[in-house]
Design a protein around this ligand. Structure first.
Ligand SMILES: [Mn+2]
Length: 391
């Protein structure tokens, strides 16, 4: 994120210093169009890097009151439960604003349906790690991967020449990226890694994984923001056993400082038994960044292993929807929680196979309709050139 750090000098004069950086982070641009030659070495493909997501987006307005912000946790392709939750909270399009914390896609039965629904209701969202993998695949398939057959891609994969280590042919993310309609893809690709909410909610930030309390918002690492669960001795980590939960570190650092605010009471979490330990730890952690003090409260997802995590300063909304748990909405104002039961584990064997089969069918349909379109285009262009000869 070079572009976001270069502008920090300007930003200092304009507190909060995220504004200038926000302007410096370019809005999403369509995938780089590279025409691949048949003899192009695969190293060019291997070194391809997708467009970075916008680091954060500062929202300036909410729909006019009375309106609600409805934050929804990781949906993972479960469009049925997404619809059920919207019904349950009596979502009203035009006055309520839905904000998704990321991971709309993968694992569940209908990722395309979720993205399409989200776009149709004008939902805001932050990019999750699974959304990110789909977007990188999509950028690649519209860039240097364009026109490569599945067997071309498979041979790139077996020689280790695909651009990202987590790319897998025939995996969920590839299937989703290669079948998602362009309008839905560009909608998803524009999700920033963080959303800073407008007044009166401007002490809230939304991110998929978490936020490092000692680093300004404009200098967070997007990969960490999308994937972190813990903060260990080496910094943020997606590992489940590294250091301590990032939201505990956040509470230790932001909590005491946030105590100035009249709305803040001492944390109700069970910290008394570990007083000495905590005091020592606090001494070791360097000071929180000024702008993360301003943004006291974080709404996030990603951590299905820990299930719903509602603390004073952090609201973790991944309540295991795709594993047969619940899909949860957190609503502002009022900090109300509403969940629907999901009742089906889509990651277990049987349903996983069914999902794969559906995805293969959809992909075959897309390939057929693409071929039809190309044939039509060829017919039209040959008709046009024939017409020109007659003139
Ligand atoms: Mn995730």
């Amino acid at each position: 994120m070079n572009s976001s750090t270069q502008d920090n000098s300007n930003a200092a004069a304009n507190p909060p210093n995220i504004k200038a950086a926000a302007n410096a982070v370019d809005a999403y641009k369509p995938a780089i169009k590279l025409e691949r030659r048949a003899d192009e070495p695969s190293s060019d493909i291997k070194s391809f890097r997708a467009n970075e997501p916008q680091l954060y987006e500062e929202k300036t307005t909410v729909p006019s009151p009375p309106s609600r912000l409805i934050f929804i946790g990781d949906i993972h392709g479960c469009v049925e439960y997404f619809n059920k939750l919207l019904e349950t909270v009596e979502f009203k399009q035009g006055s309520d604003q839905v904000v998704l914390v990321g991971d709309l896609v993968a694992k569940g039965p209908d990722s395309l349906g979720v993205v399409n629904k989200a776009r149709s209701i004008g939902a805001w969202g932050t990019r999750g790690n699974h959304d990110d993998r789909v977007v990188r695949w999509g950028d690649f398939l519209q860039g240097p991967g364009k026109g490569l057959s599945e067997s071309d891609l498979e041979s790139l994969q077996s020689s280790g020449d695909l651009p990202y280590d987590d790319f897998e042919i025939g995996g969920d993310h590839y299937d989703i990226a290669s079948t998602m309609p362009a309008c839905d893809f560009s909608y998803l690709a524009r999700f920033p890694t963080m959303i800073v909410l407008p007044p009166p909610y401007n002490e809230w930030v939304v991110a998929h994984g978490g936020i490092v309390p000692t680093t300004p918002i404009a200098q967070q690492n997007p990969d960490d923001v999308m994937t972190m669960r813990n903060i260990g001795p080496d910094g943020p980590s997606s590992k489940k056993d590294a250091g301590e939960a990032w939201f505990d570190v956040w509470a230790e650092k932001i909590g005491p400082l946030g105590g100035n605010s009249t709305s803040v009471e001492s944390s109700s979490s069970d910290t008394t038994s570990k007083d000495d330990e905590q005091t020592n730890r606090k001494r070791q952690i360097s000071s929180p960044s000024l702008d993360t003090i301003q943004f006291k409260k974080v709404i996030y997802g990603h951590d299905a292993g820990r299930d719903l995590q509602i603390h004073e300063f952090t609201k973790g909304l991944d309540s295991r929807c795709v594993y047969g748990g619940k899909l949860t909405a957190f609503i502002l104002p009022g900090e109300q929680l509403v969940s629907v039961d999901c009742g089906k584990d889509y990651t277990s064997g049987d349903s996983d196979q069914r999902r794969r089969r559906d995805m293969m069918l959809r992909r075959a349909q897309t390939l057929r309709s693409n071929a039809r379109r190309r044939r039509k285009e060829r017919r039209e262009s040959s008709r046009r050139s024939a017409g020109q000869k007659h003139k």
